[in-house]
Design a protein around this ligand. Sequence first.
Ligand SMILES: [Zn+2]
Length: 159
Amino acid sequence: MDRPIIGFFQDEAGDWVARLSCGHRQHVRHQPPFVERPWTETAQGRESFLGETLACAACDRLELPDDAVRYKSTPLFTEWTIPKVLRREHRTKAGVWGRIVILEGTLLYDLLGPNPRTSTLDADTPGIIPPEAPHLVEKQGRVIFRVDFLSAPDPASGV
Ligand SMILES: [Zn+2]
């Protein structure tokens, strides 16, 4: 999934790391002749790359960013009270992750493009929803679940 760069910081070794809108980070080293990224060497160069996108493999693997923090949860829903809005295609905002937590039973989770997959969620298998990824849920039978919303802490953005 392509994600825009929203800022940069240096790791302990002094290498430049890009912060992506999803909350993931990616090294953007300049290592000639293997990787040519001379723009990482200057503040002006880095600034010019704000908003450019990088392919985020961590999003494709449905990995929550390490420092994602839950800031809100829905009430508990059952197979009788699943809101319609969850059963048709919808998506979270930029930077907002969802986590479907099953307390009892099972629920079908359809993640739609760009990497569609369908999975059955249960108490041991929460559903991870990457920011802005279209998705929906379908009931299968008995279920009690809620949805958590998480965001990566605001980056100390800089170039
Ligand atoms: Zn990501």
